[in-house]
Design a protein around this ligand. Sequence first.
Ligand code: ATP
Length: 208
Amino acid sequence: MSDGPVAISEKSPSEVSGITRIALFGGTFDPIHLGHTGIARAAVGALDLTRVVFLPCRLSPHKQDQPGATGRQRMEMIRLATRDLAWAEVDDHDLVAAEPVYSYRSAEHFRERHPAARLFWLLGADQWQALPRWRHPERLAAVVEFIVITRGGIPLDSRPGWRWHPLEVDLPVSATSIRERIARGGPAEADLDPEVASFITREGLYRR
Ligand code: ATP
């Protein structure tokens, strides 16, 4: 083995320091759209993340205004949309659990799996506003640092004592508007990865 200089310049600072920086990205992803992958990419760049774990949550069929995709279909769409993103992973942890999983529990599960990692929770400004109404938000805040993405002018309230990183990204796209467009008979393609759009058409998703 040579004792020569190590070429650390090609590695990111987190790889050099050995600290894994993992962002958990929970959501319905019904369907995953270019807003999701865009904000994940921005977070990777801004916070030097090693990995973003997409965590589709369970949906109660009774609470949906229109029929959506199954957990398996949402997993498949995330796989398709992230196929070329080396830092992206999809995890079915919240889908396969016997009971609905609260975000703080998912975070605690990942903390057990990665005791030495720096853990983040990636979310948009709408969910940052809703966070005090989540189950035990203080337990989630004890485990993760939040990465809060701007969304449509929603104010980013500061939450004293919580570790959080605001990140300005302007991607005006939502899954609701995509589902509504397809339900009206509109094209699947806009705001979606082409493979995801083909999957939606093939499976007949979101049509009335
Ligand atoms: P819906 O319209 O059905 O509520 P959505 O587009 O908000 O869906 P979700 O799967 O619910 O998609 O979102 C997962 C997470 O991504 C949430 O924290 C949400 O705030 C965030 N998010 C989604 N789209 C954007 C966007 N365009 N800008 C910023 N954050 C976003």
